[in-house]
Design a protein around this ligand. Structure first.
Ligand code: ATP
Ligand code: MG
Length: 332
């Protein structure tokens, strides 16, 4: 009775929330692997959980995908409790685990077809889907046993297996670990395609470029706790270092005049002259992302574009955010 009331409230109040994690914890003896995480993920969102090795990402994903039982707290996937409604949840989710799980003595397409059959997909459709996915990931036409695949090929196969039944919600745990740059781009492109199909994706990663370029929102996890969350731009604006616009003018321009006009812009921390290779250069430091950069450009501090010799914009990254929040680098 109580359960049905809770579910009803959930639907009424949080229509667009598809994953609701409520103060979830997992201890392994004295290790607090996940230490009170609460998050809400909206339908169709790509939500990344970014954190260093050992932060608790895989433990969290294993609880959300019903492999591990929480020590305390709970989470609801489309209103279903991960503790008591595992069957309903398994039908909704695709999982690409960090540790590759494939059947060594099956070929690539047989592995994908096998998963499709488990989800009740017909033989014909399974074959078609396997072919499309393996082509997407650049591993179609390989006739060897999967155990003879390279590590990167195995990871791509694992992704194809997670995707074959068009899950509504997809959990990807370090999907590009060990992939070469080209394969990584293939996977990123495919993840973007999935996003356009309105699939909700939870991405666990320690790769800040991956999190930055793919995510609608990011939560940063450290020692089992969420220490910040927001869109990549919000995080960089709130916790990042200054962005820098480096602009070199032709000799005849008076930099003091330029600096005076920049004083009008409140979010500029400072503007410094530097004499680099005899050039008339100004370093403008400011808090904020691309929007602020455009605001500066539109402020009219450049009278004539022909006065500008060169211009560079250095944007801060999620690495800066992590460093500023924890005093450590993501890869320490
Ligand atoms: N089954 C287990 N038994 C004991 N300790 C565990 C177990 N699984 C995870 N841990 C511990 O929990 C902590 C979090 O591990 P987890 O694998 O969740 O981190 P992660 O963020 O996924 O790291 P990585 O980036 O290396 O994959 C670590 O200290 C780890 O040693
Ligand atoms: Mg992990």
């Amino acid at each position: 009775m109580t359960k049905s009331i809770i579910k009803k409230e959930f639907q009424i109040n949080n229509d667009s929330i598809i994953i609701d994690i409520q103060n979830i914890k997992k201890d392994f003896k004295d290790v607090k692997a996940v230490d009170g995480v609460s998050l809400k993920v909206k339908k169709g969102e790509l939500f990344s959980i970014l954190g260093p090795n050992g932060a608790g990402k895989t433990t969290l994903v294993r609880m959300l995908t019903t492999v591990l039982t929480p020590t305390s707290g709970n989470a609801y996937i489309k209103g279903h409790s991960i503790k008591s409604e595992k069957r309903e949840i398994v039908k909704l989710i695709g999982v690409c685990p960090q540790d590759i799980v494939i059947y060594d003595i099956l070929r690539a397409e047989e592995n994908v077809e096998f998963v499709a059959h488990m989800h009740g997909i017909s033989n014909k459709e399974a074959k078609e889907k396997a072919k499309i996915l393996l082509e997407k990931f650049g591993i179609a036409g390989r006739k060897t046993w999967s155990k003879n695949f390279s590590g990167g090929m195995k990871r791509r196969l694992n992704l194809a297996m997670a995707l074959v039944f068009d899950p509504e919600i997809l959990f990807l745990d370090e999907p590009t670990a060990g992939l070469d740059p080209q394969a990584r781009r293939l996977v990123w492109d495919y993840i973007r395609e999935l996003k356009n199909k309105n699939i909700t994706i939870i991405l666990m990663t320690h790769d800040m470029v991956e999190a930055d370029s793919l995510s609608d929102r990011v939560a940063i996890i450290d020692h089992g706790k969420i220490i910040a969350q927001g869109t990549p731009t919000e995080l960089k604006e709130k916790y990042g270092s200054d962005n820098v616009l480096e602009i070199s003018f032709k000799e005849q321009i008076d930099l003091n005049l330029v600096k005076n006009s920049l004083k009008e812009i409140p979010f500029i921390a400072n503007s410094k002259e530097i004499n680099r290779k005899g050039k008339n250069t100004l370093l403008i430091s400011f808090q904020g992302g691309l929007k602020k950069f455009i605001h500066i450009l539109q402020s009219g501090f450049i009278n004539n574009i022909d006065d500008v010799e060169n211009m560079k914009f250095r944007q801060n990254s999620l690495e800066d955010v992590f460093l500023n929040l924890t005093g450590r680098r993501l890869r320490d």
